[in-house]
Design a protein around this ligand. Structure first.
Ligand code: SF4
Length: 694
């Protein structure tokens, strides 16, 4: 069955969350266009979104359940999964099992997975690949604001007089936001853009100033800025009445060495002049900040500057975290991380726990946080996790220290993988493979980086025997004896329950309350238009904190003292290069979808290593030759791309590829699994490696 007419849905790739119009082309595919009425993109799409129609075929799909590689029926597979999880819990306790899920999941899927693990199995061992993406932003928000709240909106990018992009290659990673920024700067040429990035990325094309700072030195930069804000009398004393911790943060900032930024004093001065001299400033940050062993501190160093100047919660100003995945925010809202409960409630708050348990009528709730991603796979390796369910993600490629993670999964007693793709590095390690529906086949919601909830809608019937993730989880829950609590007939019913729970959360002081959507019914859900939470224009035109009220116990925002830290993976004579990793323009994650599009694969067809001409010459690396890149953790063989986009001593490689023959792009096999002690997010952008001709 293929829907007729034009269906309004949402792109499944990045956190911009663009609206898409999909129209059946009569040949089994879909014509794709940007939705002119969607407030994230107003009709724009990037290369990935516009190629969605090329990636909805059956090529590579997992179409039936498999047990140990052999085709099986759904009942047989679900019975086995439920039986093994039940048996493992009975023998070893609830913390002997774990779910590892994904920011690609729809909110309804995420909600059901969390309800099953936290409310019924009674463990908090559910974590997500969003841990690799924005956990430091979550932790930084909670430390500063008392809640995981993004204060601003996309339109702030357009209303700002200065946009500072820190550790964000917006042009490639959030292309439609970049298009909006370019359009705004074209209309108002006086608007300034600063890019803070060790590497000269495509985003620098519109930069008035590019600060190629030393890798990992972002906290030193924003400490220097805070010290200058104070030295130049630019503190907003009126707003400081709403802030605590100013003096301590200032002492730390003044003790910090601006020389650690590696920037020329004139560049540092120019940055401070611009930032301090411009009231309407938005500081946008992404993985260059988050993917660090001190990412949470970096987030707070940025927020400190906005709090000291009162530049938050008003049009055209504020700190702004842009998320990598389509539903990283939705996952946060349903409590998709091992240390959270749904609707921004806290796992370690007894009143919050009791409220959620009462709402769910659940038999058991964990009282302590579960294992975060890196620790979860370490527990798998050590045999403490004996049954693991991986849903909609490919950790054997994407986790840091990926070879070790793959070996850990291979050694686990019982591994279930739900995926739409048959052959991935992770599906090959599964005892039970469950075919899941993908984009174009499933219905639900996602939340983008500005807190706007949009609908994904099914365009056609599921491929083969594929089932929706929420349905698979509910079927397993029923087989484990909890059918009454998982008896939804549709994602609309899941959403209604989740929205009602947010009303309970609202009575406990949570900022996340969408309970006015709980009673809309299936028709209302089907027709749902993108909406902000809180529903605009509830507060400050949809912005938080302009009124100076925060979600901390005393209602004040907190400035944090930040002492800059060098990257944890130390350089040495054996491993003298600093490896930065990231995305390319036309590919997504581990290529399982975008790799199906010839057009997208034409942009950059192979895994590569950007290296400075001086280093390439010294090492005898020929352009377009092969380089072997080695770290204490692993090895990759990459095509040499000689470029002065990177500085001497620094190299860059994209994170999408895998493969058995050269070039082999298992770049996350090179990355050490060191993490931020607050957020648990790994340091994916500062590995120490050796480079040699292959
Ligand atoms: Fe999709 Fe992001 Fe491109 Fe928009 S910017 S079309 S959400 S990949």
């Amino acid at each position: 069955m293929t829907m007729t007419g034009t269906i309004r849905t949402t792109c499944p790739y990045c956190g911009v969350g663009c609206g898409v119009l999909a129209t059946a082309d009569g040949r089994g595919g879909f014509d794709i266009a940007g939705d002119p009425d969607h407030p994230a993109n107003f009709g724009r799409l990037c290369s990935k979104g516009s190629a969605l129609g090329e990636t909805t075929g059956l090529e590579g799909r997992l179409l039936t359940p498999r047990i140990n590689g052999v085709q099986a029926g759904w009942d047989q597979a679900l019975d086995l999964v439920a039986g093994r999880f039940r048996q493992t819990i009975a023998e070893h306790g609830p913390d002997s099992v774990a779910f590892y899920v994904s920011g690609q999941l729809l909110t309804e899927d995420y909600y059901v997975a969390n309800k099953l693990m936290k409310g019924f199995i009674g463990s908090a061992n559910i974590d997500t690949n969003s841990r690799l993406c924005m956990a430091s932003s979550v932790a930084g928000h909670k430390r500063a604001f008392g809640s995981d709240t993004v204060p601003g909106l996309y339109e702030d990018f357009e209303q700002a007089d200065l946009v500072v992009l820190v550790g964000s290659n917006l042009a490639w990673c959030h292309p439609v936001l970049y298009q909006r920024l370019v359009a705004a700067k074209t209309l108002r040429p006086a608007m300034k853009v600063v890019v803070v990035d060790p590497r000269r990325t495509a985003t620098c094309d519109i930069a008035d100033l590019h600060l190629a700072l030393a890798p990992g030195a972002d906290a030193a930069l924003f400490n220097a800025l805070l010290a200058q804000i104070v030295a130049r009398g630019a503190v907003d004393r009126r707003f400081l009445a709403h802030v605590s911790g100013f003096a301590e943060a200032l002492v730390a900032a003044q003790a910090s060495d601006p020389g650690a930024t590696g920037l020329a004093p004139a560049d540092l001065r120019a940055f401070c002049d611009l930032w301090i001299g411009t009231e309407k400033v938005v500081t946008v940050y992404s993985q260059g900040i988050n993917q660090s062993a001190s990412g949470t501190d970096k987030v707070n160093a940025i927020i400190n500057c906005h709090l000291a100047t009162g530049r938050i919660g008003r049009p055209g100003m504020g700190p702004f975290s842009v998320t990598g995945q389509p539903n990283a925010m939705g996952g946060r809202e349903v409590g998709g991380l091992a240390n959270m409960l749904a609707c921004h409630l806290e796992l370690d708050n007894p009143a919050h726990r009791d409220a959620v348990q009462g709402f769910w009528g659940s038999p058991a709730m964990p009282t302590a946080p579960g294992l975060k991603a890196v620790d979860m796979f370490r527990a798998v390796e050590e045999g403490r996790i004996k049954a693991l369910w991986i849903i909609c993600t490919n950790p054997a490629v994407s986790m840091p220290d990926a070879d070790r993670v793959a070996a850990a999964i291979r050694g686990c007693d019982f591994v279930v993988v739900s995926d739409m793709i048959a052959e991935t590095d992770t599906t090959r390690l599964a005892h039970v493979l469950l075919p899941a529906t993908g984009w174009a086949e499933k219905d639900g919601t996602v939340t983008n980086s500005e807190r706007r909830i949009s609908r994904q809608r099914a365009l056609r019937a599921p491929a083969g025997q594929a089932r929706h993730d929420w349905r698979i989880l509910a079927d397993v829950a029923a087989r484990m004896g909890w059918g009454a609590a998982f008896a939804w007939a549709s994602p609309a019913e899941v959403f209604a329950e989740y929205a009602a729970l947010s009303g309970v959360a609202g009575t406990l002081g949570s900022d996340f309350d969408i309970s006015n959507r709980a009673e809309q019914g299936a028709d209302g859900y089907a027709a749902m238009q993108p909406f902000l939470w809180p529903d605009a224009p509830a507060r400050q035109g949809g912005r938080f904190f302009g009124d100076g009220r925060f979600h901390t116990p005393d209602g004040k925002a907190r400035m944090l003292p930040v002492t800059p830290q060098a990257p944890k993976a130390a350089l040495s004579p054996d491993y003298p290069f600093r490896l930065n990793t990231g995305r390319v323009r036309d590919h997504w994650h581990t290529l399982t979808r975008t790799g199906l599009s010839p057009r997208l694969s034409a942009h950059l067809a192979e895994p590569f290593l950007e290296i400075h001409p001086d280093d390439a010459m010294r090492l005898g690396l020929a352009p377009a030759g092969l380089a072997e890149v080695t770290s204490p953790q692993g090895r990759a063989v990459l095509r040499v791309l000689v470029t002065d986009r990177v500085k001497p001593g620094e190299v860059f490689a994209p994170m999408h590829w895998t493969g058995e023959t050269a070039p082999t792009g298992r770049v996350d096999a090179l990355v050490a699994s060191v993490v931020d002690p607050v957020s648990g997010q790994p340091e994916s952008k500062a590995a120490a490696v050796r480079v040699a001709p292959f």
